[in-house]
Design a protein around this ligand. Structure first.
Ligand SMILES: Cc1cc2nc3c(=O)[nH]c(=O)nc-3n(C[C@H](O)[C@H](O)[C@H](O)COP(=O)(O)O)c2cc1C
Length: 202
C-alpha cells in the first residue's frame, strides 16, 4: 500500500503456449492471476506468441549502445527487448505459463530469455560471480507437459527456467505443475494444479 492506502503491487503474466482456448498453461495462469487479483494494483499480460524475434548480431549490437547512440533502425531492433526488460523492472510478481516442447521450453520463451538477459540491467558480473538485478519478489512457474514428468532427468524446461530466473535476480520461485496431462493421471494432475492455485496468495 502507498501513503494513500492504495495497492502498489504489479503483476506480469507471460504466456508461451501456441494453443489458445484449449491451452492448459493459459487456463492455469489465468486462474492464478484471478486468484491474486484482489491484492494487485495492475496486471500486464505478455503473450510471447505475438511478434517476438530472435536475437541477432544486429539486435545485440543495438542493445549494447545507449538509446541516444542508436540509429532509427537500431532503435526499432532494440525496442522489443527494451519493452520486455521494462516489464520485468515494473513487476513485483511474475507468472510464467510454460508448456513443454521437445523436453524444453517453448522457443518463444527461450527467445524472450535471450532478449531480457542484459548486462547491467537484469544481471551483472562481480568478483563473486554473476548477480541478478531484478527486484521481483516472487515468480510462479506454471509447468505443463503432455507426458514428461516435471523435474525428471529428461525435463530440460523447469530446471532451465528456474536457473534463468535466479540468474536475473528472482530466487523466490514457486512451481505449479500439471504434467503428463495426456496420461492416465492427466485430469487429476490438472485438478491438483488448480487446487494448489486456489490455496495460493501473494
Ligand atoms: C511441438 C510440441 C512438442 C511437445 N513436446 C513435448 C515433450 O517433449 N514432452 C511432453 O511431455 N509434452 C510435449 N508436448 C505436449 C505439450 O507439453 C502439451 O500439449 C501441453 O499441454 C502444452 O501446454 P498447453 O496446454 O498450455 O498448450 C509437446 C507439444 C508440442 C506441440
Amino acid at each position: 500500500m502507498d501513503e494513500k492506502g492504495e495497492k502498489m503491487t504489479n503483476v506480469l503474466v507471460i504466456n508461451s503456449s501456441v494453443r489458445s482456448d484449449d491451452s492448459i498453461s493459459r487456463a492455469l495462469t489465468t486462474l492464478l492471476a484471478d486468484r491474486i487479483a484482489a491484492d494487485v494494483h495492475e496486471i500486464t499480460h505478455r503473450d510471447l506468441t505475438g511478434d517476438i524475434h530472435l536475437i541477432s548480431a544486429q539486435s545485440l549490437s543495438a542493445v549494447a549502445k545507449s538509446p541516444e547512440q542508436r540509429s532509427s533502425e537500431e532503435r526499432a531492433l532494440a525496442s522489443l527487448a527494451d519493452t520486455f526488460i521494462e516489464e520485468l523492472e515494473w513487476a513485483d510478481y511474475l507468472i510464467i505459463g510454460s508448456p513443454m516442447y521437445n523436453f524444453g521450453p517453448a522457443a518463444s520463451l527461450k527467445a524472450w530469455a535471450d532478449l531480457v538477459a542484459r548486462s547491467k540491467r537484469t544481471f551483472t558480473y562481480t568478483d563473486a560471480g554473476p548477480v541478478g538485478l531484478l527486484k521481483i519478489k516472487k515468480a510462479f512457474v506454471v509447468a505443463v507437459t503432455g507426458g514428461t514428468a516435471v523435474d525428471s532427468n529428461i525435463d530440460f524446461m523447469t530446471p532451465w527456467l528456474k536457473h534463468f530466473l535466479t540468474f536475473i535476480g528472482i530466487s523466490n520461485i514457486e512451481t505449479i505443475t500439471a504434467d503428463g496431462i495426456y496420461g492416465k493421471h492427466g485430469e487429476e494432475n490438472i485438478r491438483c494444479a488448480k487446487e494448489k492455485i486456489a490455496g495460493l496468495s501473494i
